[in-house]
Write a protein that binds this ligand. Structure first.
Ligand code: ACO
Length: 321
């Protein structure tokens, strides 16, 4: 029997503090109407000053472990997708390992910005298929508020903080179960479209997000649709066979345009951007966990994850949950 990676549980965490569009209008020259119309966002969660990315990742991981009904010591791999680590090193993944009490294992971070969770899922899936890992925690965790320029209304209104996690388990199963395929892409020629204006080896600080909004929008719709089509082609299925599309939650207009390109009705698209904002690598696992726990996504259904982020990076993953 072939080995495949099954999502056996999920978990998430959102910071207590909620910042509404009206709260933002007190900081920068903007309005609830402008933000909602252009992005679909109404509010986002913002981490406390002393709350780090690993604090949020640990909470999401604990939820996922409890949801799976396993012990932390049953995990043998931890992959954290993040753009906003606590420190330059060590990784957030080893902080999660220590806090959870996971014995010696494989633990590292991946950096693919908003596509990070899909990258992490693909890496974990390949470790499992190579029979090197049995149970992997894949986490997306971000404190985007720490890299925002809070005086730049073109970016600070779009992002939020949070963490989401899934546990992948190796199972011998018939074809068509678990993660069916993953598709990863990057093109560094487009790195100036979305970046931070700093870094440890250049300015010595993390810098703030700078974005060419319109260019990102255009590429996001086209490239995410390409990544979705790659998944459909690889599995010889059509979009109407997908039960749920769980897209990166950047912007409602991007999500709607991508769904339209695929002729997928919005009833089958998971949308949480209205109250999460763009949480980068955390957005897909946060949306997935919310949809699973609310009973929308059910066991046995076919779910497609897709994302695009700085780099540019983009990708998709097709999963029978
Ligand atoms: N409030 C009020 N006015 C604003 C704001 C704001 N927060 N931000 C910009 N404006 C103004 C601009 O200054 C401009 O004014 P002007 O016409 O007087 O010059 C006007 O609104 C229009 O600005 P545009 O940038 O052209 O607005 P656009 O319709 O393109 O919407 C947006 C901007 C929402 C950023 C859009 O381009 C977009 O969604 N891009 C995708 C970006 C994205 O989602 N990035 C997330 C990271 S990448 C990812 O995760 C996929």
């Amino acid at each position: 029997m072939p080995i495949s990676s099954h999502i056996i549980s999920s978990g998430s965490y959102l910071p207590e503090k909620i910042m509404t569009n009206n709260d933002l209008a007190e900081i920068v020259d903007t309005s609830d109407e402008w933000i909602f119309k252009r992005s679909g966002i109404k509010s986002r969660h913002i981490a406390a000053d002393k709350q780090s990315t690993s604090d949020m990742a640990i909470c999401a991981a604990r939820n996922a472990i409890a949801d799976a009904g396993i012990n932390a010591s049953d995990v043998d791999g931890i992959i954290v997708a993040t753009t906003t680590p606590d420190q330059t090193f060590p990784s957030v993944a080893v902080s999660v390992q220590a806090a959870l009490g996971v014995p010696t294992c494989i633990a590292f971070d991946v950096q693919a910005v908003c596509t990070g969770f899909v990258y992490g899922l693909a890496v974990a899936d390949n470790f499992i298929k190579a029979r090197q890992l049995k149970r992997v925690l894949v986490i997306g965790a971000e404190k985007m508020s720490s890299i925002l320029d809070w005086s730049d209304r073109t970016t600070c209104v779009l992002f939020g903080d949070g963490a989401g996690a899934v546990i992948l388990e190796a199972r011998e199963s018939a074809k068509g179960q678990g993660i069916l395929s993953t598709h990863l892409y990057a093109d560094g020629n487009m790195r100036d479209m979305l970046y931070t204006n700093g870094g440890v080896s250049t300015t010595g600080t993390s810098g703030h997000i700078v974005m060419q909004g319109r260019e990102v929008f255009k590429h996001a719709v086209n490239l995410m649709a390409e990544a979705v089509n790659a998944a459909l082609d690889a599995n010889n299925i059509t979009a109407d066979e997908i039960d749920w599309l769980v897209p990166h939650q950047a912007n409602l207009r991007i999500i709607e345009s991508t769904a339209k390109k695929l002729s997928m009705p919005m009833e089958r698209v998971i949308v949480t951007v209205q109250h999460h904002g763009n949480t980068s690598a955390a957005s897909i696992p946060l949306a997935f966990d919310e949809a699973r726990k609310s009973g929308k996504i059910k066991d046995g259904e076919l779910v497609l994850f897709e994302a695009l982020g700085g780099g540019l990076t983009w990708g998709s993953a097709l999963v029978r949950v």
